[in-house]
Design a protein around this ligand. Structure first.
Ligand SMILES: Nc1ncnc2c1ncn2[C@@H]1O[C@H](COP(=O)(O)OP(=O)(O)OP(=O)(O)O)[C@@H](O)[C@H]1O
Ligand SMILES: O=P(O)(O)OC[C@H]1O[C@](O)(CO)[C@@H](O)[C@@H]1O
Length: 429
């Protein structure tokens, strides 16, 4: 992607026309920009060529809004896998709409995009401040979620019939592509409906978004599993603790959990290929010298080593082979052939982690994401998501976020840290 692609104008429904009551909003932000990228050479190149520096629009409340709060109805939908903080975001949107702007009608569409079609018969929930009061204390999503294609035209029919002015779509790259398809259909019908995305991915793999909500909770829960794996490994002769964590194409949870617990000896991520022989040789050396080892593997790592189901899930995401089970079975068997008996304990906390309530930091993050989503929607912005970049909340056009995954740069600073703490991956090839 050319860095100038980021110097954009966010889509808007039209000119702002209604003075905002901004009852509870303390400050109003002008159209500031958050520079991208932080890479000095890219910035120097822009300056040398006389081009404007690429930037995201800063998020925040504006002096004028597009919708009339007294007539506005909004909808919220959650799609894809669970993630800590989903309920916090739902609650933040409802409370911001109500308290900051005086919007009283918010529908919660049930079970993902299914709830926007009529054929599944899911009736929307009415989300009042009272209905969401304690929501942030629970994991999961009040609304339910789903995968699988839905008829976009039918979804827009529902929005039109229910007179929804802003749809908030909370989900991963699939959900965001769906939100874009909905926006395009809205445009074809010339309707005044805004669609705002809030990126949800436990894998932290949305492009042009520095951090996504739930990731920090996931890392801290993953660290608990790594502690247990380490205790099990140290408690046995030739003990190995093996932990599998989520991360289909991006190994951020595995990498950060490894950094958070520097006892991890091998961190295997999708971005860095390895061979079984290389891993076994390094593992054997480690156990010979220290008597135990801890391995963290992301679910998408080593896919060339395992049998893959040749299937997709309902949304078309490729199903992965189970690298955790493969290593659990292969490591003791192959090390035995090499003359070493080991005791391996396997921990897969994936679903436990992603269904947790958000930790304190993620709760704050979700609250602010929800508020910024409401501010953006109220001004008539559309086909965008609320991002986070250089510690600023930003407006990111959906096409810049949903079509290419963010992945670990193996040569980058994070990965250098992983190398420094494990000292292993390069010799495992
Ligand atoms: N191009 C698209 N047009 C319309 N709907 C889409 C499109 N791409 C994905 N969707 C829909 O978006 C929903 C969520 O997609 P998906 O199941 O891939 O989860 P996700 O949002 O990527 O979250 P996760 O990160 O948990 O996988 C599904 O109902 C899927 O059918
Ligand atoms: O089992 P499910 O619900 O389809 O979700 C699994 C996937 O969802 C993710 O958590 C992304 O949200 C991936 O890491 C994982 O592969």
């Amino acid at each position: 992607m050319n860095c100038h692609d980021l110097d954009f104008n966010i889509s808007r429904l039209g000119r702002c026309r209604i003075p905002s009551p901004l009852s509870g909003v303390r400050f109003v932000r002008n159209d500031e920009r958050v520079l991208y990228p932080s890479d000095a050479s890219a910035i120097e190149a822009c300056v040398a060529e006389g081009k404007p520096l690429p930037a995201f629009e800063a998020a925040g409340p504006r002096e004028q809004i597009y919708f009339d709060p007294s007539k506005l109805k909004c909808g919220i939908v959650t799609c894809g896998g669970l993630c800590p903080g989903l309920n916090d975001v739902i609650r933040a949107i409802v409370l911001s709409l109500f308290h900051h702007y005086g919007v009283a009608t918010v529908f919660g569409f049930r079970y993902g995009y299914e709830g926007l079609t009529h054929r599944h018969g899911h009736r929307p929930l009415e989300l009042t401040p009272r209905a969401v009061a304690d929501l942030h204390q629970k994991g999961g999503t009040l609304l339910g979620s789903s995968r699988g294609p839905q008829d976009v035209s039918e979804m827009v029919d529902t929005l039109e019939r229910m007179n929804v002015g802003i749809l908030f779509a909370i989900g991963g790259d699939g959900t965001l592509r769906g939100a874009q398809a909905v926006t395009e259909e809205i445009g074809r019908r010339n309707l005044k409906i805004a669609v705002i995305g809030i990126p949800k991915t436990i894998d932290n793999d949305i492009s042009n978004v520095q951090n996504s909500f739930g990731f920090e909770t996931a890392v801290s829960e993953a660290r608990t599993a790594v502690y247990s794996a380490n205790a099990e490994a140290e408690g046995a002769r030739n003990g190995i603790g093996l932990v599998k964590l989520m991360g289909r194409e991006s190994g951020f949870i595995a990498a950060y959990a490894s950094l958070a617990h520097s006892e991890v000896n091998f961190c295997l991520v999708p971005e860095v290929p390895f061979t079984l022989d290389g891993l076994l040789a390094a593992l054997k050396r480690r156990i010979e010298s220290r008597g135990h080892a801890v391995i963290v593997v992301a679910e998408g790592a080593g896919q060339d080593l395992v049998e893959r189901p040749r299937e997709t899930d309902a949304s078309g995401n490729v199903r992965l082979g189970d690298i955790g089970i493969f290593l659990r079975d292969m490591i003791p068997a192959r090390l035995k052939n090499l003359g070493m008996d080991v005791t391996l304990k396997y921990i897969d906390p994936s679903y436990t982690i992603r269904s947790m309530p958000a930790n304190a930091h993620d709760s704050v993050f979700c609250l602010l994401l929800g508020h910024h989503a409401v501010h953006a929607g109220m001004t008539g912005r559309t086909n965008m998501l609320v991002g986070f970049w250089k510690n600023e909340f930003t407006h990111v056009p959906i096409p810049l976020a949903a079509f290419e995954r963010k992945r670990i740069d193996p040569e980058g600073r994070l990965w250098s840290n992983v190398l420094a703490s494990t000292g292993q991956p390069k010799e495992m090839m």
